[in-house]
Design a protein around this ligand. Structure first.
Ligand code: ADP
Length: 489
């Protein structure tokens, strides 16, 4: 197997760090071997990035140039959807259908920020003052860091790289150790699309080594991170020390609420998708289910039926709903949570085990699992499992429901199922979360800002704001007469 090169300051070469590999979670086979970036590689990438974003040809370029590159990136991605989806599946085990969706969304993200950078204009702040013209313009931050997790690499990487480049920055991307393939392929695509060398480097490696050194580097002027709350908190400290902005997309323990007038079929299908797609390995997974006691029995009966019918299988088999988890180690942590749930008094209604099917024996598969009998204070209801585990709880009183739904350190998302739209909107306002889905779940728009309340994060990605967060504003005051600064005699 050929060794993968990494992308440092516009050059493809072997990293100077430890040897690492990307493994296919469906059978443990190696997709690729490569060497991580070393600290010297990091220095070199940052030096090239600094030179590249300051180069007059880039700094003074019209937004058309950046937009053209991003449209070309989108064209290249769209011309290779199946191939890229397969690469994404190999890297993290996502079923092909889901991976295709992520690839298409990455192309859409590139197009959105191409358009956004064309439309972004400076401002003439009001009120107007006599003899004084005040301008406010947006400028890039310089060299910026993007640090990404393994669960949806192509989407989360594009969500950072596209707006950062659209804003005129140079980006150093540090993908998760388990999933370097997509980030390196994105670098190839940006290179083919004509991005000048140095503006994007991809440095695979350990978070605690390369990620940490990247975040701490004095020339890095922003950290954009998606991952666990623990690492996010660490990076917030690093950013505070350096006085640079940090944008943090962190964990979640999102409540899904079924009111007594909900359409049971729609709700059951939405809940099933909300927790079990991606094998629950999503920060937004709807992992706490609150069901009104009047509809608890029929809702749970249908949900169990749907869950038992999910096809757990190879990510490349069409029709697979749930693929393997990222690794055996991660599966063990999910298994430990199910054991904890039982000790806490939970009843496992379905799943809860490694599947017995010999065809799945070599992958990190885990059965979709539903647990009841726990109260919201249980650890299993409070800690992020990041796996296919749903905890269901009945409720009767709306005020109590809101208190319990909000009783979490997290505040990423929530779902509400009801036919009463006004009531859903009223509840939405009381939920301490960054996204509320009403009669749907896990649906997205690139123009809607995304991010968390509380310990689910800081800052927003997507939307026009998602471009501005990669820029800083400068105010310019221009005296147009002689009356300004008549201060001394
Ligand atoms: P997960 O549990 O999803 O792996 P992490 O927060 O550990 O979440 O990882 C998300 C990303 O953050 C990965 O790219 C990882 O390598 C990186 N990372 C982990 N620890 C650090 C750190 N101390 N400093 C910078 N990046 C880190």
């Amino acid at each position: 197997m050929d060794e993968l090169k990494i992308f440092i300051g516009g050059q493809w070469r072997c990293g100077g760090g430890h040897q690492m590999q990307s493994l296919f979670p469906a059978d443990g086979s190696a997709n690729a071997r490569l060497h991580a970036a070393s600290l010297d590689d990091l220095e070199e990438a940052i030096a090239c990035a600094q030179e590249a974003w300051r180069a007059p040809a880039w700094r003074n370029s019209l937004p058309h140039l950046r937009a053209r590159i991003l449209h070309k990136v989108a064209d290249l991605i769209e011309s290779r959807v199946d191939e890229l989806a397969k690469m994404q599946s190999r890297d993290n085990g996502k079923p092909l259908a889901e991976a295709r969706g992520l690839v298409m969304s990455a192309a859409g993200t590139a197009r959105y920020f191409a358009a956004a950078c064309e439309l972004l204009e400076g401002e003439l702040p009001t009120p107007r003052q006599a003899d004084l013209l005040t301008l406010s313009q947006y400028e890039p931050l310089g060299v910026v860091a993007a640090i990404t997790p393994w669960n949806s690499p192509i989407a989360s990487e594009m969500q950072k790289v596209a707006p950062a480049i659209a804003a005129g920055n140079a980006v150093i991307l540090k993908p998760a150790e388990a999933t370097p393939l997509m980030a390196l392929e994105l670098a190839r695509i940006f290179e083919q699309a004509g991005l000048p060398p140095g503006l994007l480097s991809v440095l695979p490696g350990k978070g605690s080594v390369i990620g940490d050194a990247l975040a701490r580097h004095p020339k890095v002027r922003k950290i954009s991170f998606t991952g666990s709350t623990t690492t996010g908190r660490h990076l917030a400290h690093v950013a505070a020390e350096k006085l640079i902005p940090a944008s943090l997309e962190l964990g979640g323990k999102s409540p899904t609420i079924v009111l007594e007038d909900a359409d049971i079929e729609l709700a059951a299908r939405g809940i099933c998708h909300g927790i079990f797609s991606s094998g629950g390995q999503a920060c937004i997974a709807g992992s706490r289910l609150f069901v009104h006691e009047q509809v608890y029995a029929p809702l749970m009966a249908r949900l169990l039926e749907l869950t038992r019918g999910l096809r757990l299988g190879h990510p490349f088999t069409e029709g697979t709903h749930v693929g393997p988890l990222i690794s055996d180690q991660h599966r063990q942590s999910v298994l430990d949570y199910v054991a904890l749930a039982k000790r806490e008094g939970g009843r496992v209604l379905c799943g809860g085990e490694i599947p017995a099917d010999p065809a799945l024996a070599s992958g990190s598969y885990f059965q979709p699992t539903i647990i009841e009998g726990l109260s919201n204070g249980a650890r299993v209801c409070q800690e992020e499992i990041f796996g296919p585990v749903l905890v269901a709880m009945p409720f009767s009183d709306e005020a109590e429901l809101i208190r319990e739904a909000n009783r979490s350190v997290y505040g990423l998302a929530a779902g509400i199922w009801t036919r009463d739209t006004a009531r859903a909107l009223r509840l939405s306002e009381q939920l301490e979360v960054g996204t509320v889905w009403i009669n749907t779940y896990k649906t997205f728009s690139i123009s809607a800002p995304f991010g968390g309340f509380k310990e689910s994060g800081l800052g927003r990605e997507k939307g026009i704001q998602g471009l501005k967060v990669w820029m800083q504003q400068k105010s310019i005051f221009l005296a147009t007469g002689n009356s300004v600064n008549h201060w001394c005699d």
